[in-house]
Design a protein around this ligand. Sequence first.
Ligand code: UDP
Ligand code: MG
Length: 312
Amino acid sequence: MDLSIVIPLLNEEESLPELEQWIHRVMTEHHFSYEIIFVDDGSRDDSWKVITSLRKQNPNVKGIRFQRNYGKSAALNEGFKLADGEVVITMDADLQDSPDEIPELRKMLLEDNFDIVSGWKKKRYDNKLTKNLPSKLFNATTRRVSGIKLHDFNCGLKAYRRKVIKSIEVYGEMHRYIPLIAKWSGFRRFGEKVVEHRPRKYGESKFGWSRFVNGFLDLASIMFVGKFRKSPMHFFGFWGTVCFFIGLAIFLYLTISKFFFEETGLAARPLFYVALTLMIIGTQLFLAGFIGELISRNSPERNHYLVEETLT
Ligand code: UDP
Ligand code: MG
């Protein structure tokens, strides 16, 4: 199969028939064998009914329906499990991404030998203040901390090689950072294509301004986890030990000044409390590292490596 098109959706009943028709037209024009995987992320409208009836007309349509709303990341993750195409496309269901871009994305991915080709909504049709500006800031930060030179991480329209989506797991709210997750798994060839972005035709946006707060918190945690997941002790153990020994040194200094220089009223000196606090915090950090280490030993991913080739 040439293409799998994974489409997460939440309450998008009006858009689906138009989207399916459009994709079908593009696919037939280019003679691609394809599947459309609609992942209904707990819609409360008639989206699932629409998907069922679309499938009756077009056997290339497949669907997954969640019991409740789990979020876009979960929807993508389930869609990826089912996807079988050589190239996997993700796109939003709201007709803001154009299916006409798919052949070009696929061509770039295969001919220029990329692992991921990400869309770039250079000209956006969203509310200026609440989206465009924060989005610039968000992308600049992500570019810096991840070292991946993309302009539009959060673009829903992306193309992946099959092996990329089969070797990553998208969870929580991490759909904004799929290139970064892919980078951890050793994929480094990222391409970018300017794509057409269209105003939302039906329904409304599912993410409010809270996306930016959450987006940045997720970025902080993803960077941290990416660096120290396998060895929490390297972070907590180090800083715990540093704190503890600074505290201990101050304590020794205070003790010496008491016994050898006969200073009194040690417990009234601010330094005394600084030393005490440092030693307590140090011990706690160290313990946090130790417990983290025990948890990561038990993690099912502890020996999850991606072997590229073996010669036996
Ligand atoms: N979506 C989803 N689950 C959610 C929220 C959104 O599957 O919990 C889908 C939504 O139906 C759409 C895509 O994710 O297909 C992008 O959402 P939206 O268009 O609301 O985001 P925006 O374009 O405003 O960034
Ligand atoms: Mg949208």
